[in-house]
Write a protein that binds this ligand. Structure first.
Ligand code: GAR
Length: 192
């Protein structure tokens, strides 16, 4: 991990595909005086992502590029990241897999939040898998992004109890609440 601390906040981009509750939470965190990051760019592969409303609300630059042709999209993003001098990337509900080449260019400087206790349940439908398997505990993980899906070094994890009445939807809601605490805590852990 490249040490990025200094007097100025680290210019950060957040990548989203959907609702953006983690994005909103990270924006709020970034505005705290001793937060190590500032959020200077929001990127989405999905022009209909609800979370894009936060770029307008908080006056943060946004960029949208569909991943129909991932190589073209990634080249475009890399140019914007360079232009905006972005040094750190947080994936927050970003549902596309970034290429090896892209990750290499930001090696040690991309992190992701995932709604399971990794290494358990990589990929999609994590809440359904946990309930189907009658797990008693689920949770969320913040980890560094590497070329292998949901497999990079773990920064922090938080457990959440699964009750007998939980459905994938109710479990997702409970975990999301914890994600909102875990993501800022993981960023603090990296930089402080
Ligand atoms: C979050 O639960 C996040 O962990 C998950 O998508 C949700 C996004 O919610 N991410 C993944 O599943 C990535 N594989 P949000 O848009 O409200 O932040």
């Amino acid at each position: 991990m490249v040490k990025l601390t200094g007097l100025k906040k680290i210019k950060t981009a957040v990548f989203i595909s959907g609702a953006g509750s983690n994005l909103k939470n990270l924006i709020k965190f970034s505005k705290i005086k001793n937060s190590p990051i500032s959020i200077d760019l929001i990127f989405s592969n999905n022009s209909k992502a609800k979370g894009l409303r936060f770029s307008r609300q908080f006056k943060i630059k946004e960029n949208v590029s569909s991943f129909k042709n991932p190589k073209v999209a990634e080249t475009k993003i890399l140019n914007i990241l360079k232009k905006e001098n972005i040094k750190f990337i947080c994936l927050a509900g970003f549902m596309k897999v970034l290429s090896k080449d892209f990750i290499k260019k930001f090696s040690g400087r991309i992190i992701n939040i995932h709604p399971s206790l990794l290494p358990k349940y990589k990929g999609l439908d994590t809440h359904m898998k946990a309930i189907k398997n009658r797990d008693k505990i689920a949770g969320c993980t913040v980890h560094f992004v590497t070329a292998k899906l949901d497999s990079g070094k773990i920064i922090l994890r938080k457990e959440v109890k699964i009750s007998k009445r939980d459905t994938p939807t109710s479990l997702a809601k409970k975990i999301l609440k914890e994600e909102h605490k875990l993501y800022p805590a993981a960023i603090k852990k990296i930089f402080n």
